[in-house]
Write a protein that binds this ligand. Sequence first.
Ligand code: SAM
Length: 470
Amino acid sequence: MPSVFIKTYGCQMNERDSEAVAAQLVAKGYSLAPSEAVADVVLLNTCSVRDFAEQKAINKMRNVIGTARSEKRDQIVGFMGCMAQTRGKELIDKLPDVDLVLGTQKFHRAAEYIDELLAGNGRTKIVDTDAEARSEATVREHLLNGSAKMSVSAFVSIMQGCNQHCTFCIVPSTRGVERSRTIPDIVAECRELVARGVREITLLGQIVTSYGRKEQRGAWQVARDAGDSSLATRHSPLVTPFVQLLDAVHEIDGLERIRFTSPHPKGYGDDLVEAYARLPKLCESAHIPLQSGSDRILKLMHRGYTRGKFLGIIGKLRTAKPDMGVYTDIIVGFPGETEDDFEQTLSLCREVQFDNSYIFKYSPRRDTPAAEMPGQVPQEIREERNERLLNLVNEIAAKKYDTFIGQTVQILVEGPSKKNAARYTGRTRCNRIVLFDGSPRHQGQIMDVKVERTGSFTLYGDPAVVNLID
Ligand code: SAM
């Protein structure tokens, strides 16, 4: 059977989508190629969040096509995912050698379309970016045997789409409106993973804290209109479906750790804060995208919270769990951002002391309101603010990492380190990476490790004091 190589750009959801496509192809008898140079089929799973990510994928496709042509190799090549969704046939107009363009609601059709293209007796180009009902439930298959690491920790897609419509963000166009899988369906997938050796599950969605909101509201209205008070109570909009899902996943025997990404600050109600204190499997780690420390910019971004509200959430989380690892995303150079607005972002970072921050230079995206706003910030100012903020967050993170020296931390060992196979890698509950001189017997174990030194966003544990907990 032919071989396939999938290259992924962007976020963990994209990684998860690629894995599901790979698993689907393997189930049909395809093999996974180690590189595009030896593959019969090359798929690029794309990201549209910033222009840079789109350009990278387009340039990569040009290289793949150019190399195959110069070596006179027949290869089926395709784009899938976010850029495929928003650009559709335009990608084939730009790169006529592209055979397949597969949108974000069509991942489950990849094998069928590739079969058709390889057979060569049907269509020679396929573009499918249509919406498809219940496609949110099709990103389900896993490649557990492919990588040792994955058998310890797995990602589960719980929903697709986003209704938030932040003015800078293209995601509502690439992923569509929010659609959630059911709790029983998600729990069944998690149970299967745990039965196959997975000990940690990360629940994934564009805004996971909005999980089930739309469906719950619909069910509540139907029950209320039908006069069914018990059903209406069960689906009351006062009970967050996301926390109900956390409770249901928490009940799975054999599962040790639960994480989720990415939430929205608005989703951190008291029920979610309490869940951290109540559910021992829920790791003390929160990735809460801030975007800006200025109320004026937050309003222009259509974020729906203020600086004060954000600080209040962090305070509640740290009261519930003092060891909480707090991570964030920040955009610098949003249209209209003044030096004073930027200073407010810096001051908020000093106040919160994030464990790490992902900083993005604002990138205008087509058909988003911010791209048309007055006061677009010049590139050199975006660069300069990016560097200043990066220096600050790195300095804060380094100091926080140094406080771990001499401490004993609990890690779940994922497997050999990618960079140095003699070392093993694991994560603390608050999501810090720990490296130590381990061996295959440590994989999948929850262990105590004493931190000897720190590196850049890494803790190094002493193997002499490694202590297996179970
Ligand atoms: N749940 C997240 C939230 O609350 O915003 C959304 C995750 S978003 C897909 C990933 C990150 O990309 C965002 O948090 C934001 O910082 C960044 N991002 C999105 N659009 C951007 C743009 N136009 N320019 C620069 N960064 C952007």
